[in-house]
Design a protein around this ligand. Structure first.
Ligand code: AMP
Length: 192
């Protein structure tokens, strides 16, 4: 299963990506987690990414694209992948399409997580308190939501035009949302 997850920060992508990846035996690739690990280890990539992350801005496309393409070339991705937090720009989506076309392994679905802004702000405030994520501080949360609206939301149309978009109602208990996703994906597979 080769899928990408789209949604604003706080939509529950990380939680659901892990569960869906486990169900399909495919790696869960979360670009935010990879960047945070690089920051923690003090790598060159981490140093380059940190200032953008702290401000709630996107890391430049060329850095993100190179990192993801390298990750997708690893052996475990032969089983597919669940990409969480990538793509976030049309440029990134096009780079992914080109790479998958070269490999002859096209994307199967783009899941778009629908959550109201009120619910997002509530969840992000909770996560800031629980995990001490610098970029969940109140002043950067709104900025990250704006960045999503401007740079990432256009991907919803991008994938809709390609017939890959699956809208997910992401409000509800974790297990219920997972079941909605799996039912949709398995339904898609049966049709395909
Ligand atoms: P996340 O954990 O997915 O919310 O990502 C945390 C931060 O990492 C984001 O606010 C960005 O600064 C950076 N980041 C993660 N994925 C990407 C991406 N695909 N493109 C650009 N920046 C990203």
């Amino acid at each position: 299963m080769r899928i990408v997850l789209l949604g604003p920060p706080g939509a529950g992508k990380g939680t659901q990506a892990a569960r869906v990846a486990c169900r399909f035996g495919a790696p869960h690739i979360a670009t935010g987690d990879i960047f945070r690990a690089n920051v923690a280890e003090g790598t060159e990539l981490g140093r380059a990414a940190q200032e953008y992350m702290d401000l709630g801005d996107l890391v430049p496309d060329e850095l993100v694209i190179a990192m993801v393409m390298e990750r997708l070339a690893e052996d475990d991705c032969e089983a597919g992948f669940v990409l969480d937090g990538f793509p976030r720009t049309v440029n990134q989506a096009e780079a992914l399409d080109r790479q998958l076309a070269r490999q002859g392994t096209p994307l199967e679905a783009a899941l778009s997580f629908d959550v109201t802004e009120e619910e997002l702000l509530r969840r992000l405030a909770g996560r800031a308190a629980a995990q001490h994520r610098a970029d969940d501080a109140e002043q950067t949360i709104r900025h990250r939501l704006e960045v999503f609206a401007i740079k990432t939301r256009p991907l919803i149309d991008y994938y809709a035009h390609r017939g890959l978009l699956v809208n997910v109602d992401a409000i509800g208990p974790i297990e219920v949302v997972t079941k909605r996703i799996l039912d949709d994906l398995e339904g898609n597979r049966r049709q395909g």
